[in-house]
Design a protein around this ligand. Structure first.
Ligand SMILES: C[S@@+](CC[C@H](N)C(=O)[O-])C[C@H]1O[C@@H](n2cnc3c(N)ncnc32)[C@H](O)[C@@H]1O
Length: 576
């Protein structure tokens, strides 16, 4: 089937009109957007699944045995469940199947079983999500290969080019990213998923918006974000302009790192979208530094051995009895009379006090352990809050008798505001910025990563890893951390600030008490954060930070006197 006729060539100097007439088109067939639930797409997606199945049981690049290929953590079926306008039944299905646990168990021994609600993945191999059909076809049949030293987990290395159009015309195309054309407000430059930059083309703005509703949202939010950056960083106007209108040369520079930013923005946002989560973008308006390589996951990853430990601890949690609610305390749960969240907090508090073995009652009182309860809008109250305090949120489950809309289930319901991974400067590198306004006390994002032991095998020394990617649990499990250096989401980019705009809160969260309980880390806003402003946390408590001229000079503000400690730390026991 021939693509529709074009009226005007995008960049006459960049492609011949013959190429232009055959450029890939998003409008070639009755295609729906990539996250649509159309039966056509379901059929194609499962065909593509079969293709992947045949490539399983191989070895990955590190020589590690691959038990079965998981194209990304989330695409093996999850991408089929998110229609743009779900029916009630489909909505229920999304709610019921959201949580996924990933188990790393390279030996394949004693494989844990999955349930329909909590699929368990045995091996992570970041691949292009299955729902991205043309990107997968490009990877298999594309005519151009990107420099393979630049490989990013889950990002294509092969692409269709304008020269491939003859063989693949009529292939379904998804608009991956768009740029405005200053003199022609009705046009957009569209680059397509799975096609290289030379096959970018101009399209009618309204037609793109109609076909791909997310593009309209994308461009509106991008403009808003870039307008905010213009005010916040007036020295970077050239880079800001390029994000909006593109640079003349970029369409001919397929290898330019700029295109990796576009790939990561689309594909990670796609994985988010499949899980009911908002946009995540990657942006560098300052230089040509490359974004870091890491495996994107919207859930925590845990080894079977550690999951087994958590399952043993369930015995204690099962004994938790509902305590009488103190009068005058605020209760966010829809069903305060049956809510057991405060009782669960009491359970952990008591358990910690027993383990602390402090010499006298005065010392015990010195530890402030806070039960953070959301208000009826789901926000936390940070009045009188100290970032050095131990704190925890317990979320409702089916044991509380409330609905899924209960305000005490923020992390379960998932991130609501989009974020931008933004290049800050040479010292801090990438940080995280708000794509949408955030209110004080609001849940922002989960900090996902690998659950690791603080001191593996009783070594007494924290593993030789960059602990600035560790998020610790002070209440639920002092022996484990969430580490996001290799696997994680956009939260792994948050910079340290001595006066932060956000905070980690360890969270006890599961929808059903029959789900495994794995501690999670939520990020909440300590103050209002406007579009374009940075989301920062305080990495270390005050006594680990010092002005002692060693470690990493803190760049949270130009005159900050503090230094961040360096790694690895010796554990306390070995200090003397
Ligand atoms: C968890 S990572 C944050 C993401 C990282 N910036 C990146 O681009 O991948 C922590 C590292 O960021 C840098 N960093 C974060 N906050 C900083 C600050 N306030 N001052 C100096 N460096 C900072 C340090 O190199 C630190 O080791």
């Amino acid at each position: 089937m021939a693509p529709p006729k074009r009226t005007r060539l995008l960049r006459s100097s960049k492609a011949s009109s013959a190429q232009a007439a055959r450029a890939p088109s998003f409008a070639t067939r009755s295609q729906t957007s990539s996250a649509s639930s159309s039966s056509n797409q379901r059929a194609s997606t499962s065909a593509s699944s079969n293709q992947h199945a045949s490539t399983s049981a191989a070895s990955n690049q590190n020589g590690q045995q691959v038990l079965g290929v998981i194209p990304t953590v989330f695409d093996a079926g999850d991408c089929n469940i998110l229609p743009t306008q779900p029916t009630i039944a489909e909505y229920d299905l999304i709610q019921q199947t959201k949580e996924v646990i990933v188990i790393l168990d390279a030996t394949g021994a004693s494989t844990p079983s999955s349930s329909a609600r909590i699929p368990i993945r045995q091996v992570i191999e970041a691949k292009i999500p299955r729902g991205c059909l043309v990107a997968n076809r490009g990877q298999a049949f594309g005519g151009w290969t990107r420099d393979t030293t630049a490989e990013y987990p889950g990002i294509p290395t092969k692409y269709f080019t304008s020269g491939d159009v003859e063989n693949y015309e009529g292939d379904l195309c998804t608009v991956q990213c768009v740029f405005e054309v200053p003199q022609f407000p009705k046009l957009l430059i569209a680059k397509y998923l799975g096609w290289d930059a030379s096959a970018a083309y101009e399209e009618n703005k309204d037609a793109v918006f109609k076909k791909f509703p997310y593009v309209k949202k994308w461009i509106t939010m991008k403009t808003h974000f870039l307008d905010a950056i213009k005010t916040l960083e007036p020295n970077n106007l050239v880079g800001v302009k390029r994000e909006r209108y593109l640079d003349d040369g970029l369409l001919m520079e397929k290898e330019n790192i700029f295109w990796i930013y576009q790939e990561m923005s689309y594909l990670h946002s796609f994985i988010n979208r499949c899980n009911g989560l908002p946009f995540v973008w990657y942006m560098n308006v300052k230089n040509t530094a490359a974004p870091p390589k890491f495996c994107y996951s919207v859930v925590n990853v845990i080894e079977k051995k550690l999951l087994d430990e958590y399952q043993k601890q369930e015995a204690g949690l099962k004994k938790v009895k509902k305590i009488k609610q103190p009068t005058g305390e605020r209760m966010a749960c829809e069903k305060p009379e049956t809510c057991v969240c405060d009782s669960i907090f009491e359970y952990y508090d008591r358990k910690n006090r027993d383990e602390e073995e402090l010499p006298d009652a005065d010392d015990t009182e010195a530890i402030t352990r806070k039960n953070m309860r959301p208000d009826s809008s789901g926000r936390l109250n940070f009045e009188g809050f100290n970032t050095d305090d131990q704190r925890m949120v317990v979320e409702c489950s089916d044991a509380c008798g409330c609905s899924l809309d209960c305000p005490r289930r923020q992390l379960q319901r998932g991130q609501k505001v989009g974020v931008v991974v933004y290049y800050e400067d040479e010292c801090r590198q990438f940080g995280l910025r708000a794509l949408e306004p955030i209110k004080q006390g609001q849940f922002i994002i989960e900090y996902t990563g690998q659950i690791l032991e603080v001191e593996p095998e009783g070594s007494g020394v924290i593993e030789d890893r960059d602990v600035s990617y560790d998020a610790v649990f002070a209440i639920m499990d002092r022996r484990k951390v969430v580490n996001a250096i290799n696997i994680g989401n956009a939260a792994r980019f948050m910079s340290h600030a001595c006066d932060p705009s956000a905070v980690f809160i360890e969270t006890h969260s599961r929808q059903l008490v029959s789900d495994p309980l794995i501690p999670r880390i939520a990020v909440y806003a300590l103050k209002d954060i406007n579009v374009g402003e940075e989301i920062t946390i305080k990495y270390f408590c005050q006594d680990l930070m010092s002005a002692k001229d060693e470690g990493i000079k803190c760049r949270c503000r130009p005159d900050c006197p503090n230094w961040l400690p360096i790694y690895p730390f010796e554990s306390d026991d070995d200090d003397e």
